[in-house]
Design a protein around this ligand. Sequence first.
Ligand code: ADP
Ligand code: GLC
Length: 480
Amino acid sequence: MRILSIAAEAAPYVKVGGLADVAGALPTALAERGATVEILLPGYRSIDRKKWGFEPVGSIALDYAVKRVDVELQRVRRQDGVTVTLVHDAAAFDRPGVYDDPQTKEGYRDNPERYAFFARVAAELALIDTPDLIHAHDAHGALVPALLKTVLKPRVRRRVGHVLTIHNLAHPMRAASKVLFDVGFPQDAFFPLSPLEFHGAANFLKTGIAYADAITTVSPRYALEIQTEEFGNGLDGLLRDRRSVLFGILNGIDTKEWDPATDKHLPATYSAKQLAGKKTCREKLLSDFNLAAAPSTPVFGIVSRFADQKGLELIAHVAWELSKLDVRVVVLGSGQEKYQRLFQELQRARPDQFGVYFGFHEPLAHQIEAGADFFLMPSLFEPCGLNQMYSLRYGTLPIVRRTGGLADTVIDVETDPERGNGFAFDAPDPRAFLAKIRAACALYQDKKRLEKIQKRGMATDFSWTTAATKYLALFEKVTA
Ligand code: ADP
Ligand code: GLC
């Protein structure tokens, strides 16, 4: 099977969040199972062409807005059988940021235009390469099925299956309708309640959900949640209509990159059998942040985009109560200013308890996963979430709100002592969260029990094997 995977980010080339982990690792897992995969990415300025070996491979001519444009493609064919192609377009992607302008810290105003253009190039590439299946990720690739099934249909020479994966319904890419006409849709296709229209404007995810042959989300629980008004972001009705082709496939994690037994970012490695190195990681982490702690003082870690989704309001609500406990908290993240200020204030007030680092720092993310005893992730919604899985693999007990992928991966040890691997609470209520933090502190004093639970989490298989098999089965069904 030949697959074209379309994503706005993919590790190791460009990463903002978990989408990159998934769009980077899944193609490799599919290739290991015999598929031929090409990843199409925007050619952002930050992607180091030389380091990764990208070479120009010609250009694609297309009509966009009122002009004909030539778009250069750059490509690398990797050892693992995956090809990666960049859309090298200066106007759209040669900028300092990926989605956001680093100066204003806000999204680029023309993001809808940038990604509609990207989708159009993807569709043109598909016309040339004729894959069996197009796997579009999130809003950035969501216009592709509609383009190939309507305006570009006369040029489609071979049947192609379309699967859209929703990583986050909260970012549907809404914009004035003009962007749709620029990309090639006729004006008369845009009318109230049509697949192109959402409250008088464009909504790329809506269009993708309407036209894809199958839709997946990144956890089974999230697939159910988005069919409700609470999580549906206005698309729950359409998603309910399409539920016969809507599936939840839990993400895997890159178990090579995230392995405490071999992790090159750690001061010491460890495994479920040999946990001693985790203590070294904890000590090093504390000293890196100038924090002193007795062996009986638990360390809580946070690695997060600073966005409302991540439940940082809940953290703000419990922060002062938390600081009254004998705990240490280490935070890594970047994003919304208000949350940065929150952690700044906490650190200023309690420098002996809070350590913070603002920015994107891959090694530190690993060091926190390894050095912390507990990981805080009280998300308001979470399509899948990767950090709780990294935590489990690193013997760090996650404390999560029971939503989306967090509900599918973390089992509360208070309600299910036999199978529990962390802590989970339901209501987005600071008291419920604080109760779990207190329970974690208590558990920390019972080292034998703690270790048993740590090892349970560490033994879980989070590799891509299961997910890749499920994706392939779905792709085969869609292309049959
Ligand atoms: P989301 O994609 O919604 O941000 P996920 O949990 O799926 O959430 O994925 C987040 C990914 O980004 C993880 O790999 C996490 O380690 C990483 N990450 C988030 N913030 C940072 C940061 N400041 N520095 C390094 N890695 C980060
Ligand atoms: C999105 C979601 C996150 C998920 C990731 C990868 O960024 O917010 O929950 O883990 O995509 O699928």
